[in-house]
Design a protein around this ligand. Structure first.
Ligand SMILES: [Zn+2]
Length: 174
């Protein structure tokens, strides 16, 4: 498997809403999609992340990888994931993102969600998630909808982060 380049904050692909994959496409191009998913798993693991979405490797398709915190050896490949239920309870926790290295901020997320998706075998799956898993799913599904965790922060915080990345870019550190 190959390690892919992780796209950093500032690249327009992270702000583009992804396209859903058709079942027919998943069937016909199964080995290509499988290779992409496995390469994304490799990339995520090398970067010590707990999730990664296709736009973060420059591909604007609705596909993401989720590491399940209960069983770290288990990794979910989600195609066209959709959150179909959110509970009324939000919890706050520090979050980071492979596309924004070194930035960690508190974000409010629903403590429980139900997510429906297609797996690599073209099967329709439903997952009920709580706690950290619920948070990871919401973060990755956001990526597929062109949203980043810093969008939940105050304007002031966001400006500070923009400044950090502008300086990194100027110094060739991205
Ligand atoms: Zn992220």
């Amino acid at each position: 498997m190959a390690k892919l380049t992780i796209i950093k904050y500032g690249d327009s692909v992270l702000r583009k809403k992804t396209r859903n994959l058709l079942l027919e496409e998943i069937n016909t191009n199964n080995s290509i999609i499988r290779t992409l998913a496995y390469n994304m798993i490799d990339t995520m693991q090398c970067a010590e992340g707990v999730g990664i979405a296709a736009p973060q490797v420059g591909i604007s398709l609705s596909l993401c990888i989720i590491k399940t915190p209960q069983d770290l050896s288990q990794t979910l490949v989600m195609i066209n994931p959709k959150i179909t239920f959110k509970n009324n309870n939000k919890t706050c926790c520090q979050e980071g993102c492979l596309s924004l290295p070194g930035i960690y901020e508190d974000v409010n997320r629903f403590s429980e969600v139900i997510c429906e998706y297609i797996n690599l075998d073209c099967k329709h799956c439903i997952i009920e998630a709580r706690g950290l898993l619920s948070r990871i799913i919401q973060h990755e599904v956001d990526h597929l909808n062109a949203k980043l965790f810093i969008d939940y922060l105050s304007q002031c915080k966001k400006l500070q982060i923009n400044k950090i990345f502008k300086t990194r870019k100027q110094n060739g550190l991205l």
